[in-house]
Ligand binder design. Sequence first.
Ligand code: F6P
Length: 539
Amino acid sequence: MVKTVADAWKILAADWDRLQSVHLREMFEDDAVRFSRFSASLDDLTIDYSKERVDAAAMAHLFDLARAADVEGRRDAMFAGAHINTTEDRAVLHVALRGVPEDGYQVDGQATADLVIPVLDAFLKFADDVRAEGRITDVVNIGIGGSDLGPVMAVRALSDFSVGGPNVHFVSNIDGAHLTDTLAGLNPETTMFIVASKTFTTQETMTNAQSAKDWLEAALGAGAAKAHFAAVSTNLEGTAAFGIAPERVFGFWGWVGGRYSLTSSIGLSLAMAIGGENFRAFLGGFRDMDQHFKTAPMVENLPMLLALIGIWRRNIMGCPTVGLIPYSQRLEKFAAYVQQMDMESNGKRVTKSGADVTTKTGPVIWGGAGTNVQHSFFQLIHQGTDIVPIDFMINAQANSDLADQHDILTANFLAQSHALAFGKTGQEVRAEMVEARVDPARIEALVPHRTFPGNRPSTSLLDRSLTPYSLGRLIALYEHKVFVQGVIWDVNSFDQWGVELGKVMATQLASMLDDGADLSSLNSSTRGLIEKIRVLKEH
Ligand code: F6P
């Protein structure tokens, strides 16, 4: 039995010595039931990791690693409300946002249900009232990072469920073009703004919110903003200072991280789009995955499996990135959302105790929707020099009436994961061209170009359909995957000090853009760029 994390890493490295010369083709040839051996389900949701370059021994050793790192103990500590965000001395209890009172979540001695349920009821009622009244045709969510990416992703994903709701728009960038483009064509009389910011101090959000207020009051007169603004924040003093009426302010708590806040009142814009009932179904999907993560044995536990496969790819195979590729136009923004969740959480270089990490930590997360990506970056994934693991996602049911098109979409997903794993040998390429009567000299010239090495790993996530419930379950799966990996890497997944330096510098540099400001303290690159910007912006 492996006792230490260090021992577990050594054993896994030996597994890779054994497996790195084995092709996925051989693994499937040698095991007729590889799919059932290397897949797991929670109701309609299945994870197929049989196209990953693991065998049963490697999986057993990954579970040993998780045990040695006390993943289950740390998971239980999170659910119990321990202050696992040590650098900010906070509990991490986003799971309580979708809990029911019987779950018994507590934060610092207080039942979270007493806090969460009144706010949830209030913001869903507000959303349903706005929807029922029908006066507001457009809602603009102003927020950035965790106060934008989740809502924007989910509103797009669940557009089939937004019938009868207002149009919901999102403004995040400090680039004025984002706000200007969004407001063009909107009627101030029928527009509502939601200022979404955990801290209510974020430069981009506060600046955009002020500009939006100016736009509204220029059209409707001073004081008009009151009836057209709502806010979601933990900073109630800040919302009051901005002039937002207290009955239109929906709070949340320090123990909810920004990138884990979609199920708090940060979801107000989503609730406006899909209504309270659908929002509650969305929470239900999260809760079911939370319960599964909390109780399922490790070998059947979907977030643990996804996390351990990620550890294998990152630390054992040495892959620096992961592509998230939903075969779903509605999930077009899913990768951008998980990108913040994962990279802000596990993009860390020191352990919880402050020592330098001794393993690689979070990979670069990126992606886009299939089939579009097949016509952009998939060339490199199939034939480039780096191995790029892919998480594919597909729903069996269509999100449109064009069911035949969904079959083509599905076939493309199946084809890509097949081609990545199995490739096409030189022999197969040659035989195909001989059959097509291509000139022999040309055949030999083309074989290397038309050969696919294969043996490129992917995991496929299959669900029945895209609904509020299934989306909630999918998001919670990734949240808990990120948690498990953070435990194994021994980092604090819940702070984000790495974003601070640039924020401070931007504030200092803003005043230096003015003509006449002293640039002598700056490095020659920044000074040179500012000097050029000063000239170029005037002419
Ligand atoms: O800059 C990073 C960050 O702090 C994220 O963690 C957060 O989601 C985002 O900014 C927005 O913060 P807020 O919700 O406080 O405006």
